[in-house]
Design a protein around this ligand. Structure first.
Ligand SMILES: Nc1nc2c(ncn2[C@@H]2O[C@H](COP(=O)(O)OP(=O)(O)OP(=O)(O)O)[C@@H](O)[C@H]2O)c(=O)[nH]1
Ligand SMILES: [Mg+2]
Length: 359
């Protein structure tokens, strides 16, 4: 029989935490109609056996996967093999306090399609995180916000603790990787009303962390895959094509002015005019091609032109600085120095313009 709330919890060697977890969830949720679906990847410490024992006391069940391993796929498996109208996803190691589930459900009842337990809204945070882990966490979020605009509505799109209405997920085709399952769900699910509630990410109670450096690489691959699927990768390619066309405009105008324009001796003036002309043609092409869907009508056109101009001028200065540092400073081959400068300036121009000019 279908339950109204399904709590999906991936586990791998979490025996030490399960009894506490089940008790605290029950305490927080009873007498609501809920079930906990554990997806265990054949843990060797007896996690699944303990869950089966506890099922006599609490509404729990465990699905054991023998062929597959991985957090994100385990969560998807649990979502697909449960049927509650509301789905809650959380970790087993008590870093996600079960008491926060009632806040998540409260936000869903108020009309949110998806609600995230967030470390980065007022009242949220993390215990005992070192500086490095904090920087990695924040850096990953900034990257997602920059490259996947659909994540910008929430401050913590990396949280592993969230709830959503199953109906709102629709027939989304999820192709999960690595650890960041929420990103996949947010982007493929196309939810309308998002909400966040604060929570403090606790220290792990027992057992061991399964997080390792490989997950960071997986994260980058996942981002790339999401950029491809959302069209953001194509947008970046368009931006580079426009940039290449600007090089043509730049050289063409420079040649015209110095050969035919009668300012042969004032080549720096010709260069400045050529650069400005290429910035303007790049702007127009980006406005009507690369960022067509992100144009706001009216007077903001001029403001966007101004922003684009300032950012690209700074980009040109960065390119010149990198060239100078690598060629004159480090003695690198001049064309290689120039190429590296172009790549970094292009990334600068793209990131800043899509962040500030075409929001
Ligand atoms: N089924 C399954 N669960 C996993 C796997 N890897 C991790 N988990 C579970 O996913 C949850 C989060 O994993 P953790 O290792 O705690 O990751 P973390 O919380 O980001 O890292 P720590 O702060 O170090 O604990 C826990 O409930 C794990 O048991 C896996 O490969 N398969
Ligand atoms: Mg953990």
């Amino acid at each position: 029989m279908s339950k109204s709330i399904s709590i999906v919890i991936p586990t791998y060697n979490e025996r030490e935490n399960i009894a506490d977890l089940a008790e605290r969830i029950h305490h927080a949720l009873s007498p609501r109609d809920y079930e906990v679906v554990f997806v265990d990847d054949n843990s060797k410490d007896g996690t699944a056996e303990l869950i089966n024992d506890l099922a006599a006391r609490y509404p729990l069940r465990v699905i054991v996967r023998k062929e597959e391993r991985g957090l994100a796929t385990a969560v998807i498996h649990g979502i697909e093999h449960s049927d509650g109208e509301t789905v809650v996803v959380m970790d087993a190691d008590l870093q996600h306090p079960p008491e926060v589930i009632t806040d998540l459900l409260g936000a869903i009842e108020k009309g949110a399609d998806i609600v995230i337990a967030s470390r980065y809204v007022k009242g949220g945070g993390m215990k005992e995180w070192g500086l490095i882990r904090k920087i990695i966490s924040k850096g990953a979020i900034v990257l997602a916000h920059l490259l996947l605009p659909a994540t910008r509505s929430v401050k913590d799109p990396m949280s592993g603790f969230f709830a959503f209405k199953r109906q709102a997920l629709g027939k989304a085709r999820l192709s999960p990787r690595g650890y960041k399952i929420l990103l996949e769900i947010m982007i493929e699910g196309k939810f309308k009303n998002t909400a966040e509630v604060p929570f403090i990410f606790e220290s792990r109670r027992g057992g061991e962390s399964k997080l390792n450096a490989k997950q960071q690489v997986e994260y980058l691959k996942h981002l790339f895959s999401l950029m491809r699927r959302t069209g953001e990768l194509w947008r970046f390619i368009k931006f580079c094509l426009v940039g290449a066309s600007g090089v043509g405009v730049n050289i063409g105008i420079f040649a015209l002015l110095t050969r035919l324009g009668g300012i042969g001796e004032k080549d720096f003036l010709a260069l400045a005019i050529a650069i400005e002309a290429s910035i303007i043609t790049n702007f127009i092409l980006n406005e009507f091609f690369t960022f067509r869907d992100r144009r706001a009508p009216g007077a903001s056109f001029l403001l966007r032109l101004l922003k684009f101009n300032v950012i690209c001028a700074a980009g040109a200065a960065i390119q010149a600085g990198i060239y100078g540092g690598l060629y004159h400073g480090l003695g690198l081959y001049d064309l290689v120095s120039d190429f590296i400068g172009i790549i970094i300036a292009t990334l600068w121009n793209y990131v800043l313009n899509q962040w500030l000019t075409w929001k």
